[in-house]
Every structure is written in C-alpha cells, then in structure tokens.
Design a binder for this molecule. Structure first.
Ligand code: BDR
Ligand code: CA
Length: 317
C-alpha cells in the first residue's frame, strides 16, 4: 500500500487529484494539509472537506496550514477556479470548518512522516509554503520522506501567472527555493508546459463528466467555471498546445499512485529565480551542471495517457 500525504490549495484540479488518489488501488491517504494559493486557506480547508464528503471519506484528517507566502504578495486564482476555489457552485451542505483538525498542518506533516519514516510520499499541488516551514521546523523531515511529487514550475520560461512563472512557484518563490534545495528524496516535478502538452481531449472530458455517479455530478458542478474560463483562452492556447483540458495537479498525483505512469523524465538539478524583475518565481534547470548539485530532480516529460484516462475515470465512478 502506498502511503500519501497530500498538500493542496484545493481548487478544481486539486479536487480532481484528490479524487484520483482516493479511487486508486492500494493507496492510503494519511492526511490532507491545506495552504493558501488558489483561494484563502479557509476556503481551501472547506473545499477539501467538500471533496472528501463527495467521496464519503470524511474520516481523512484535514489540517490548516499557512495563510500567506514566506515573502511577497499573496496571489489567488479566482478568475480560473472561481472566487471560492471550487467554481462558486452553491453547496448548502458543505461540512463545517469545525471538522478541520486542531493540530496545524506543519506539525501534522512532521508527526505523520515521523510515525511512518521512509514510507510516506508527499504530493504537493500548491504553493510550497507548508513544506518549506516543515523543513525549517524539523530539518530531518525531508530525509524521512519516501518521495516528493510536485505540480509546479516551468521548463521553457512560459509562465501562466507572470510572463515567466507558473502559479505554484510564483505564489511563494522562497518556499519553492527552500524545498528544491533541502529535499533530497526522489523528487518528481510535473511542470506547467508538460501538463499543457499532455492534455486530455474535450470528448474525454464529456464522457468523464457524464458518468452516472454523485462524484461525477459534484465534479460537473465545480468544473463548469474553469471550463468556461479555459474556453475563452482556448483558441489561442490550442494553437500552441493542441486541443484538450489540463488537470495540472492530477499528473503529479498519478505519478505518486502509479510507478509506471511516468515514461520519460529529465534528471536535472533545479532551482528557482528569486530576484529577476521579469523572472521571479521561474524554475531554473541546471542542464550544464553549473551548480554541481548532487541531488537531481526527475522532471516529467512523457506519461502514459491511457493510464491517466483510466485513473481519472475511476476517480468519478
Ligand atoms: C497550478 O496552479 C493552480 O491554479 C492549480 O491548482 C495548479 O496547482 C497550475 O499552475
Ligand atoms: Ca493546486
């Protein structure tokens, strides 16, 4: 059984990634930690509980983490995910925030990973603030992890938030810098351009949402806003990347739940630009090995899209 700890800023694709993990065989989600990002950390906690409720998995503990980045501006992505992070779809039966654990996210991460040292993989689909704080609180934290799976960063200086930076890294560049420096465990990164090149066709999306289940109906409600938001940008992007929808966070999750999902990687040391006037938050790839950094990340290049479709389908069954 694969033990996972999941760190989210629960927007729509985080929700898809969580649902993918909960439906995957032989996967145990030990907890979900929440952080600022697509929306406020309070909304993130609430959204995570809503997703767990839709999956009838409210026994999984949810922890509240950082409400702001270490330095710099707090971003949000309401234009894409909806102001509340889940498409602004009304949900009168949303679970109460009382269900969030009293223990904070950073303390919980450190405790859970210590209790299962060497066995837990961490999947981070959000700004990396909680992870950076965890390694500052307990420098042995990263070495107790089995693996780290990140959705974030970019490889061709094509940003989606600033000209050059992807959202999760742009929303806390210092945290991304700390994590890429301190975490020496096997690290898989699903970057922005890679996810754009690995789209699922819109016809798949229609069939996915048309499944006869409460989970599919929930997804249809929360996904509508992003579908509309992406259709306005669609024609321009599709000329570059081809047709389809991108569930960014689900690629990092699929890599964590299925070892054979990633079929091609680039092994390279990576870091993050902190000071550039155009490039702050941009991921930097040391392909020339100038940093002489021993720890190389696995930057995802190609994945098995048929496996991805099967995992996504199962998520809403
Ligand atoms: C990332 O930013 C967020 O909006 C998504 O949830 C994803 O984690 C994509 O850049
Ligand atoms: Ca996310």
């Amino acid at each position: 059984v694969k033990k996972l700890l999941v760190d989210v800023d629960c927007g729509v694709d985080d929700a898809q990634a969580i649902m993918l993990a909960l439906a995957a065989p032989d996967v145990e989600v030990l907890g979900i930690t929440c952080v600022h990002g697509n929306t406020t950390v309070e909304n993130v906690c609430k959204n995570t509980l809503r997703v767990l409720k839709a999956c009838q998995r409210l026994e999984i503990p949810v922890f509240r983490g950082a409400s702001k980045p270490i330095l710099g501006k707090t971003l949000s992505a309401g234009h894409f995910h909806g102001h509340d992070g889940l498409g602004d779809a009304p949900d009168p039966d949303a679970p109460s925030l009382e269900m969030v654990q009293k223990e904070g996210a950073v303390a919980a991460m450190i405790r859970i990973v210590s209790e299962h040292a060497g066995e837990v993989s961490l999947v981070a689909t959000a700004p990396l603030t909680n992870l950076a704080l965890a390694t500052r609180m307990d420098p042995t934290f990263p070495q107790k992890l089995k693996g780290l799976y990140i959705m974030g960063g970019n490889t061709d200086s094509r940003g989606n938030t600033t000209m050059c930076a992807e959202f999760n890294f742009a929303a806390d560049p210092e945290a991304a810098y700390i994590v890429l420096k301190d975490f020496q465990c096997p690290t898989y990164i699903a970057c922005w351009e890679f996810t754009c090149r690995s789209k699922l066709p819109w016809e798949f999306c229609d069939a996915w949402l048309a499944q006869d289940s409460d989970k599919a109906r929930f997804m249809k409600r929360i996904f509508q806003h992003s579908i509309e938001a992406s259709s306005s940008e669609r024609s321009q992007k599709e000329m570059v990347d081809g047709m389809g929808f991108v569930s960014c966070d689900s690629y990092a999750m699929a890599a964590a739940v299925d070892d054979s999902f990633v079929t091609e990687c680039e092994r390279v040391a990576v870091s993050v630009e902190l000071t550039g006037s155009y490039t702050r938050g941009m991921m930097v790839l040391d392909t020339l090995d100038m940093m002489k950094k021993e720890h190389k990340a696995f930057v995802m290049k190609k994945v098995d899209l048929e496996k991805f479709k099967a995992l996504m389908m199962a998520a809403l069954k």
